[in-house]
Design a protein around this ligand. Structure first.
Ligand SMILES: Cc1cc2nc3c(=O)[nH]c(=O)nc-3n(C[C@H](O)[C@H](O)[C@H](O)COP(=O)(O)OP(=O)(O)OC[C@H]3O[C@@H](n4cnc5c(N)ncnc54)[C@H](O)[C@@H]3O)c2cc1C
Length: 402
């Protein structure tokens, strides 16, 4: 049996490795001259391989697209399997405080080497600079039209990754799978008209960001940058709001609650209580609620509170304005910026045409899909690679089986 794997990325390598077996010839085709190039640059060169082990029901909540599909897939290969797979091949992993998992070496090259060594050991035949131009059904198998000619194979695993242009999926046309238009996910919000941009570098450790006009609301750190707002809460919002924001052409209003634990009423009550205790303190120079000094001063200015204003004489109207800044600060988004070049594509091959437990096409027996070519994507934190390992594993194992 000959199994062709299309794509030399994380999902393609995992699929090739797990489809190998006695009497099986595995051919891996990579159109570029380089293998595992995203793994190499991922996680700032450290490769955030997966996330801290969590229950599957919680894990799937990190996938804006593919939640239900992955729930079934993760039942077969999940985070603990990723740990044991790499660790049993000599790659020690470490869990960081925020749950991200990296190789102890702090180098993505460790992961690249592990995958390449394993594939080589199993006899996977790798062809770089040989892209697939089309896939055609022939008798019981498939014919691949490659840059270097035709190849007849028994089965095909498609692991060609995501791409922002629909044209990149043209080579799959003959399979007639439904494609969901690719759009970007994981980006920061540009806010060119907003004065808070002047506070670049200021961050809040636990805030809430909402998208006005939607029910989307995410909690986590927020960072003010020189072009807008960023940080895990914003990235999460960008991923879960990817479709809606795309429809709005990235013009929307984000509402920030700067301290996630405090309600509007709690802010008011605590300000009133503080004024009773410290009536002669200047509002301007006494930031409360864990708000950094520069941000607090900015809120005072927005609320028309002068530098000399004392807490004890703060008019209700001005206090209310301050509470509004703290509880529901509006930020006009105009455009987006890719997060540290760590972009992920939402969209791709529609999941309802794929079996979630085998990754086999429901339209073509013997054709499997794995990784970001599918309409699934995760937020930052190692979730995208986890999806690539899981779907690659399942595609490989299923192709090997029958
Ligand atoms: C800068 C950056 C940093 C990232 N960091 C992280 C991280 O730390 N943790 C995390 O979980 N996720 C991270 N991601 C996301 C993660 O890299 C991807 O989700 C993951 O690489 C997807 O794997 P894949 O194998 O499906 O696709 P890819 O890695 O994109 O691999 C697909 C391969 O297929 C090849 N190909 C395409 N078409 C053809 C064709 N017709 N014929 C032959 N070959 C073809 C491509 O050249 C490519 O090499 C990062 C992404 C970027 C861009």
């Amino acid at each position: 049996m000959i199994i062709a794997v299309i794509g030399g990325g994380a999902a393609g390598f995992f699929a090739a490795i797990h489809s190998s077996g006695p009497g099986i010839r595995v051919l891996l085709f990579e159109k570029s001259p380089k293998l595992l190039s995203k793994v190499k640059i991922s996680g700032g060169g450290r490769c955030n391989v997966t996330h801290r082990p969590i229950e599957i029901s919680k894990l799937v909540k990190n996938y804006p697209r593919g939640e239900k599909f992955l729930k079934k897939a993760f039942a077969h290969f999940s985070i603990p399997d990723t740990f044991s797979w790499f660790e049993s091949r000599g790659v020690s992993l470490k869990i960081e405080e925020d749950g991200r998992v990296f190789p102890k070496s702090n180098s993505s090259q460790t992961i690249v080497n592990c995958l390449e060594d394993e594939a080589r050991k199993l006899g996977v035949q790798i062809q770089v600079s040989n892209g697939i131009k089309s896939i055609q059904r022939k008798d019981q198998g498939y014919i691949l039209i490659t840059d270097r000619g035709e190849v007849a194979v028994s089965k095909v695993i498609v692991a060609s990754g995501g791409h922002p242009n629909l044209g990149a999926y043209d080579y799959l046309n003959l399979l007639k799978h439904k494609l969901i238009k690719p759009i970007p996910s994981l980006f920061t919000f540009n806010t060119p008209q907003e004065p808070i941009r002047e506070l670049m570098g200021v961050s809040m450790g636990d805030a809430v960001v909402k998208l006005e006009g939607t029910k989307l609301s995410y909690r986590g750190p927020i960072l003010i940058t020189h072009w807008g707002i960023s940080g895990p809460a914003v990235l999460k919002l960008s991923a879960f709001g990817a479709d809606w924001l795309h429809e709005q052409q990235y013009r929307a209003r984000a509402i920030i609650q700067w301290n996630a634990d405090l309600s509007e009423q709690a802010y008011s009550e605590q300000l009133t209580g503080y004024a009773l205790l410290h009536p002669n303190r200047k509002v301007y120079s006494h930031p409360l609620f864990g708000i950094p000094a520069r941000l607090w001063e900015h809120f005072c200015m927005q609320a028309d509170i002068s530098e000399a204003q004392l807490f004890g004489q703060l008019a209700k109207k001005l206090q209310n304005k301050l509470v509004q800044c703290l509880f529901c600060y509006p930020v006009a988004m105009q455009g987006k910026t890719t997060f540290k070049e760590e972009f992920v594509t939402a969209g791709g091959v529609a999941l309802d045409e794929i079996h979630p437990e085998t990754m086999e096409s429901r339209l073509h027996p013997g054709v499997y899909f794995a990784g970001e070519v599918l309409n699934l994507d995760g937020i930052t934190g190692g979730f995208n690679f986890q999806a690539a390992w899981t779907t690659g594993y399942l595609a490989g194992k299923s192709a090997q089986r029958s």
